[in-house]
Design a protein around this ligand. Structure first.
Ligand SMILES: O=C(O)c1ccc[n+]([C@@H]2O[C@H](COP(=O)([O-])O)[C@@H](O)[C@H]2O)c1
Ligand SMILES: Cc1cc2nc[nH]c2cc1C
Length: 345
């Protein structure tokens, strides 16, 4: 586990909201220097497409030029969900702990991707024997639990890393993610639920019913985004929120993994629509609600590979794109250096 390097600057959920509203913006000077260099590099204007934007974005949120990508870190938070008992997943809740063991042994997809792209991997098991409460009958988490999980996620962000890749593991958490998305952006279970780990039609119908039940039960309390996180979320989803917060404060750009991870982070967007400007959605999940969720927070995912795995796999893949963006930005010759003629205009 990462050292406790920082005091946690809140004591209640109102304090979390205050922290988010006081987030630092992008570093204008680093962003300008990156834009200026990008315009000088030996390529037709804009020819590196979204890689150019990624390099400029990285500089802006690292508050540094040249931007760096040598030290990506993936953090995977794992938690269990009471609603898993309602038949909303294709797998039993015991798989959460079994997959954590697989991450630790190095046998999961994310381990191979981290090895391929030189990313570190930290896996955090968040009280797997204490699942959240069934959110159709009460809040998933108590106040103290959600605060503890947010603080836990904040501490996971090691200062000095260049890119943070966030992911989760938690059987049942696409139902939680769909419920969060519906509470934040409107609609019902049928608008947001997908097959997750592969439920059949009956399982999908159960997911939709569970989400609709929860929306009815919690009602107007869901007007507060942090109550959405507490009432419908989970330990690992609150930790993701904490990690996004700490990354902003430590000036570390973030790659959000798929649907569930984006749903957790969207809580912050709902508090302040600039709160996720230091984050990019790494890939468009096969989960059908992800497209709608990405559009709701004004983002276009970097990759679209029909993946639906979670565990930060898409985020680590996208970290390779950031590395490519920064290698070209930092390493290419300018027109002047290479003696290449510039455009005629
Ligand atoms: O985030 C996604 O896009 C995503 C889509 C489908 C499945 N998952 C992963 O599968 C688990 C949740 O699926 P489920 O069916 O149990 O709700 C959890 O461990 C997630 O990491 C994740
Ligand atoms: C096997 C398995 C691996 C996962 N990795 C992330 N979520 C997962 C869910 C399942 C079921």
């Amino acid at each position: 586990m990462a050292a406790d390097h920082s005091a946690i600057p809140f004591t209640d959920l109102a304090g979390v909201a205050e922290l988010v509203r006081a987030f630092p913006g992008p570093d204008e000077e680093a962003m300008e220097r990156a834009r200026a260099r990008d315009a000088e590099l030996t390529k037709p204007r804009g020819a590196l497409g979204r890689l150019e934007e990624l390099a400029i974005w990285t500089a802006a949120w690292q508050a540094a030029h040249p931007p760096r990508a040598a030290r990506p870190l993936a953090c995977v938070f794992a938690g269990n969900h009471g609603i898993a008992e309602r038949g909303v997943s294709a797998y039993p809740a015991s798989v959460t702990g079994q997959m954590v063991a697989n991450f630790v042994e190095g046998g999961a997809a994310v381990n191979q991707l981290c090895r391929s792209f030189g990313a570190g991997l930290s896996v955090y098991e968040m009280g797997l024997d204490q699942p959240t409460a069934d959110f159709t009958r009460g809040p998933a988490l108590e106040d103290a639990e959600v605060l503890r999980a947010i603080a836990f996620g904040m501490r996971a962000v090691e200062p000095g890393i260049d890119i943070l890749c966030l992911g989760e593991m938690g059987i049942g958490n696409t139902t939680a993610g769909s419920a969060i998305a519906a509470a934040l952006f409107g609609g019902m279970g049928a608008d947001w639920a997908g097959r997750g780990t592969g439920v059949d039609d009956a399982g999908l119908a159960r997911k939709i019913a569970v989400i609709d039940e929860a929306l009815g039960f919690h009602g107007p309390a869901l007007a507060d985004p942090l109550q959405v996180l507490r009432r419908l979320g989970g330990h690992e989803l609150a930790a993701i929120v904490g990690a996004v917060i700490a990354a902003r404060m430590l000036r570390v750009p973030v790659l959000l993994d798929g649907f569930t991870c984006t749903a957790a982070a969207a809580v912050l967007w709902k508090l302040d629509p600039t709160a996720l400007d230091h984050c990019r959605i790494a890939h468009l999940s096969r989960e059908p609600g992800h497209q709608r969720l990405a559009a709701a927070i004004g983002q276009r995912p970097l990759l679209d590979l029909d993946m639906a795995l979670g565990e930060a796999s898409g985020a680590v893949l996208a970290s390779a794109l950031v590395q490519a963006a920064i290698a070209t930005h930092n390493g290419m010759a300018t027109f002047a250096e290479a003696g290449v003629a510039t455009a005629a205009d």
